[in-house]
Design a protein around this ligand. Structure first.
Ligand code: ATP
Ligand code: MG
Length: 294
């Protein structure tokens, strides 16, 4: 088994910050994004890492960045054969890190939904649409939408992201850029979702991020991973209720079963839940890419 990494501490590099899952370092005009094996559930990071999770996330992102590079350029500079200055950290970086171009991030989360779930389902029940996009009446929870829709949200620096209308997106970043992001996001989603469905995974929705280098729009952050998307097992799909999560269902079921109040700190996970969850991440990788991890 490769190294399990809960957190990195690369003394010779400048830490830019840690997200729930990723540690990010700054190297001049580049960023080093390291996906650790941390897992969050109900928005809280769990104390128990999931072996292979970080590598799965990074390798899935790399697969999509490459496969969809004809739609939009992406930020990847290297994911192996890193520059010499990273040699001291090679064991921890292996398979889980991306060296990327640093861009000016566009402060909009580009969400695309092909199915109605989560905050979209709540919005629909209240308003008959999502983020101001009108939808037909009578949709059930988890139904497939007549066509995928673009439902942006703000990138909150603290707290939860907030869904906004397309008009609000235009007000924030201007019509030309808003329209470009919408059309790129929908194209990425359509292509990815066709591929995933053919391999037994429904991508119910996903979130893209983009950055600017001069006037060029660059696809940044992560690409269509289980952390940035809702993955559902296609074999169990049945609308009219919420769907099991492809990757996190064992964890959520366990945390519900023991009655955790969903406030930090989260309890540790038992070995069988860790093993089953690790298998699901590996399975997601295998289904999407067509070959086993390693
Ligand atoms: N190429 C890039 N150029 C500039 N910024 C980038 C690039 N790629 C990713 N980022 C930014 O790096 C940050 C990644 O943070 P990350 O998602 O790990 O944590 P977070 O958003 O702070 O918290 P959470 O874990 O809850 O998502 C995001 O703000 C993202 O926009
Ligand atoms: Mg983030």
């Amino acid at each position: 088994m490769s190294t399990v990494v809960s957190q990195t501490n690369f003394a010779g590099l400048k830490l830019r910050g840690r997200g729930k899952v990723r540690d990010i370092y700054e190297l001049d005009d580049r960023l080093l994004i390291v996906a650790t094996d941390r897992l969050s559930a109900f928005d809280v990071v769990l104390p128990t890492p999931i072996p292979d999770k970080g590598r799965v996330l990074t390798q899935i992102s790399l697969f999509w960045f490459d496969k969809l590079s004809d739609v939009v350029p992406n930020h990847i500079l290297a994911a192996s054969n890193f520059p010499k200055e990273l040699a001291p950290y090679a064991a921890e970086l292996e398979g889980r890190a991306m060296l990327v171009r640093r861009t000016e991030p566009i402060p909009i989360e580009c969400v695309v939904r092909g199915y109605i779930s989560g905050s979209g389902w709540k919005d629909y029940q209240r308003t008959g649409g999502i983020c101001g996009v009108a939808l037909p009446a009578g949709l059930r929870e988890s139904d497939r939408l007549p066509e995928p829709i673009f439902t942006p949200s703000t990138k909150a620096t603290s707290g939860h992201d907030e869904n906004i209308s397309f008009a609000e997106t235009v007000a924030r970043i201007g019509a030309p850029l808003a329209e470009r992001l919408r059309s790129i996001s929908l194209a990425l989603y359509r292509r990815a979702s066709e591929h995933a469905t053919a391999h037994g995974i429904i991508i119910a929705d996903t979130k893209f991020e983009f950055g600017l280098v001069g006037d060029d729009v660059i696809w940044i952050d992560e690409a269509l991973t289980p952390d940035s998307s809702r993955f559902w097992p296609a074999g169990q799909y049945s609308p009219g209720r919420s769907q099991p999560s492809f990757d996190k269902q064992y964890v959520r079921d366990y945390l519900e079963r023991i009655g955790w109040n969903k406030q930090p700190p989260a309890p540790p996970l038992p070995p069988d839940v860790v093993a089953a969850t690790r298998d699901k991440y590996r399975e997601a990788y295998q289904r999407i890419t067509g070959h086993a991890l390693d």
